[in-house]
Design a protein around this ligand. Structure first.
Ligand code: NAD
Length: 448
């Protein structure tokens, strides 16, 4: 990844491109190009040694015109405010494209979570809430887990918020453990959601899924269930996955000539998505370099690790056979790589559509918290499939109608909905002629 890669600039460039196509008014652009609110705060944590260490936390609320801000909290040693801003903006589009009544937010802490003991992690989680709780709430901003954070951490955060407010408030945070206000199906929701969209793309492209192969970057929450779903639900083969090795501080690709077994790999993977190299090699897996996943001769690529991986520099490694890039991760593809993907006619399922399964299930979790009534796993996954399929079809309809690249079409659907909500609330007054012009089969599909 290039060191000068700035995800917020990428997010803004993507927005600007579509804003031009839609001829969006300046007042609308100036609201949407930047977050509505940003918080940066210190989190002093007492370490097991007795010393206080100060961490830095962030929370960014990009837009809440359609409902409370929503988005994960990342614990990552290279976290930056610009990464959080970009991810918050993408959450606005993601919630809008999935047509759930939420806005976009994101949070983070600059920390390597594996360097902390369980007690230190708990104190850091509670400290994050102590620093920001007045700006959170089920009707204000609802965080969730993301890279480096877990359901257990969400449970601690919910408990801290409940203590501070003097009442049990499960709806302040989602991705909680089942039994503590969490929803069944949340663990697999993002990865399965990726696969529901891949299935729809294959139907459109008239590909037989049982003859298709995939290669994934990452083997954390998203990639594990995307790999399982690709095999179990579609009947396809997964040729490779990759992960970051915390001991070596570098990444590896794990592949097998006749396809990997995601259940086996899961059994030798730690809680951070790191695969045990020695056990994998002993089981006959090839352990290759970090970017080997990208050069596999497969039909589908599913980048599901971090941002900025398919770039102008790395795209040359991609096989001509690739027909679908399904973006499980947020922001894995740069605008320079998009140009080449368009040229090659690769069908891209853009991140904020492809990985919307997690936030959709989080929304279901809030609904269950509000009702204090919990659904069966099958009901959760059925509703998730319905939502993801409808969202995909809406974007595809827009793409065909406007002859637009799928990423641009997803932006059009999302921006249309957000601008409409801002207009209805009186934040801006727009003529809407540019939007009405494609009032849209996409929206009609999405409301079915
Ligand atoms: P995770 O922490 O569970 O797993 C991340 C995986 O990526 C791990 O296997 C890690 O080893 C690997 N990784 C990290 N850096 C790498 C590198 N340079 N090369 C190869 N592998 C690398 O995270 P996750 O929850 O699976 O999230 C992955 C991506 O999906 C992130 O971009 C996240 O923002 C996005 N996302 C996650 C969810 C969710 O519900 N978990 C929802 C939407 C989007």
């Amino acid at each position: 990844m290039a060191t000068d890669f700035n995800p917020f600039q990428v997010a803004q460039a993507q927005f600007d491109g579509v804003a031009d196509q839609l001829q969006l008014e300046q007042e609308v652009r100036s609201i949407l190009r930047f977050p509505l609110r940003e918080f940066r705060f210190q989190i002093p944590v007492r370490m097991d040694t007795g010393q206080i260490k100060v961490y830095f936390g962030f929370r960014v609320q990009h837009n809440d015109a359609r409902g409370p801000a929503k988005g994960g909290i990342r614990f990552h040693p290279e976290e930056t405010l610009d990464t959080v801003r970009a991810l918050a903006m993408w959450m606005t589009w993601k919630c809008a494209v999935a047509d759930i009544p939420l806005g976009g937010g994101k949070g983070g802490v600059i920390v390597e979570p594996s360097s902390l003991s369980v007690g230190e992690k708990e104190r850091l989680c509670r400290g994050w809430i102590d620093g920001i709780w007045k700006n959170l709430g089920p009707r204000i901003d609802v965080p969730a887990p993301d890279v480096g954070t877990t359901p257990q951490m969400m449970g601690w955060m919910m408990d801290e918020y409940s203590k501070l407010t003097g009442q049990y408030v499960p709806g302040v945070i989602t991705g909680k453990p089942v039994g503590s206000g969490g929803s069944l199906g949340r663990t697999e929701a993002t990865g399965y959601g990726v696969i529901y969209t891949v299935r729809e793309a294959m139907k459109y492209l008239k590909l037989d899924p049982t003859r298709c192969t995939a290669s994934l970057q990452g083997f954390g929450n998203v990639a594990q269930y995307a790999a399982i779903g690709f095999m179990q639900q579609l009947g396809g083969k997964v040729m490779a996955v990759s992960c970051f090795d915390r001991k070596d501080h570098c990444s590896y690709t794990f592949s097998k000539v006749d396809g990997i077994d995601p259940h086996f790999l899961q059994s030798i993977t730690d809680q951070y998505g790191g695969i045990d190299k020695i056990q994998a090699a002993a089981a006959g897996y090839q352990v290759e370099d970090a970017m080997a996943w990208l050069s596999k001769d497969v039909d589908v690529l599913i980048p599901s690790a971090i941002e900025g991986q398919i770039t102008g520099e790395t795209i040359g490694m991609m096989s001509e056979r690739v027909k679908i890039v399904a973006e499980g991760a947020n922001g894995p593809t740069t605008p320079e790589a998009d140009v080449e993907l368009k040229k090659r006619g690769v069908f891209v399922i853009p991140d904020f559509l492809c990985n919307a399964g997690g936030v959709t299930c989080s929304y279901f979790e809030s609904v269950q918290n509000d009702a204090n009534y919990y659904w069966e796993r099958e009901a959760v996954l059925r509703r998730l499939d319905q939502k993801m399929t409808t969202a995909f079809q809406g974007v595809l309809a827009m793409s065909l109608q406007r002859e637009a690249f799928m990423r641009d079409a997803a932006y059009m659907v999302a921006i249309d909905r957000v601008v409409k909500a801002m207009d209805l609330r009186g934040w801006v007054s727009v003529s809407y002629t540019h939007l009405r012009a494609h009032e849209t089969k996409a929206n009609l599909v999405c409301r079915l």
